[in-house]
Design a protein around this ligand. Structure first.
Ligand code: 3EB
Length: 325
């Protein structure tokens, strides 16, 4: 159906010429001058390790591209990958900007015939700052949840997601949606985010812990941004190594939980096709990378990005995808 890889950024131009390219994701400030293309997404987080990479989403089927209002997309017959950036100054804050982004995305995917979200990424500028007596992440959650509410989408239809803080640029939302729904997977070690108690914000974060999806005979697993949270509480304040171990345990348990529900085709985190590691303090990168190499191995393609996390006490967050066949 599609698969993901990381390629050196100097290959980006050649990749854009491929009619099966679904999305091309760059990190940090753009250094290369590439042609405008609806499949190009730029995440405003700097890459912390190695030479510059692009994340490449390649489809097995031909891709149609387009721009509809604020949303640019690539799609096949079965799925759509789209993105938009929202200037919050035009909406009066991050809450209304989030609301507006989700209103657009929900309406767009319905009109296009892909009403089932599988995976959404949210990059929220200055995520931990307080504005109008509320942390910006919490305001964003209010806007996002009201868009889902007004569209009549229940928690059972919430996709896997990432919510990470960016240090430059506008709110960025990008999404993968399909004609047919995926299967929501929750983590028995964690309270579902959509059921977090109100101490984490007036409206709970609208996402599921993972989505499993069958594409014909192929099985995919999309794992949300996962952190050192047990129950609903953050664990291991100030200890990045313990936070990482807790996070890896959470992902392991999530994979086990998915396997109890259905045969997803993998049994451990080392079988994932991709791992993305968000690091609050870039000085922690080496420690985190060494520990991941030890516990996960070197076989999973990975990228390390500098970003803020949605609770001030979280030092890192990991997301993963399995797109094997
Ligand atoms: C957590 O488990 C950590 O708001 O979309 C992870 C993944 C987190 C997605 C989101 C937030 C989001 O609550 C934070």
């Amino acid at each position: 159906m599609f698969w993901i890889s990381y390629e050196p950024s100097d290959r980006a131009r050649a990749l854009l010429a491929d009619p099966r390219l679904l999305a091309l994701i760059g990190f940090g400030q753009s250094t290369e001058s590439l042609p405008a293309d609806p499949r190009r997404i730029r995440v405003a987080l700097s890459q912390l390790d190695g030479g510059p990479l692009h994340e490449v989403w390649m489809s097995s089927k031909p891709v149609t591209t387009g721009v509809e209002g604020r949303i640019a997309y690539g799609r096949t017959d079965d799925l759509i990958m789209g993105h938009l950036e929202v200037d919050e100054r035009a909406h009066g804050g991050i809450g209304p900007a989030g609301r507006s982004a989700y209103d657009s995305v929900i309406a767009f995917t319905r009109v296009m015939g892909f009403p089932h979200f599988l995976r959404i990424w949210n990059y929220i500028p200055n995520i931990n700052a307080e504005e109008d007596c509320l942390e910006r992440y919490k305001s964003f959650c209010i806007g996002r949840q009201s868009a889902f509410d007004d569209a009549g989408l229940s928690k059972r239809s919430l996709p896997a997601a990432t919510g990470v803080g960016s240090r430059q640029g506008d709110l960025l939302v990008y999404f993968l949606a399909a004609r047919e729904p995926g299967d929501q997977i929750e983590n028995p070690r964690q309270v579902s985010a959509f059921d977090y108690p109100p101490q984490y914000g007036p409206r709970s974060p609208a996402f599921s812990r993972a989505m499993a999806k069958r594409w014909g005979r192929e099985r995919h697993l999309y794992i949300s941004g996962t952190a050192s949270i047990v129950g609903h509480e953050s664990k291991h304040d100030d200890d990045v190594r313990l936070q990482l171990d807790e996070t890896l345990d959470n992902i392991g348990e999530l994979i086990d939980s998915a396997n109890r529900k259905e045969d997803i085709g993998i049994s451990t985190i080392s079988d994932l096709s991709m791992l993305k590691v968000y690091v609050r303090d870039e000085n922690d990168t080496d420690l985190i990378r060494e520990r991941i190499l030890k516990r996960v191995g070197a076989a999973v393609p990975s990228v390390y990005l500098g970003g803020d996390l949605c609770r001030r006490d979280l030092l890192l967050e990991l997301e993963g995808l399995y797109t094997g066949h």
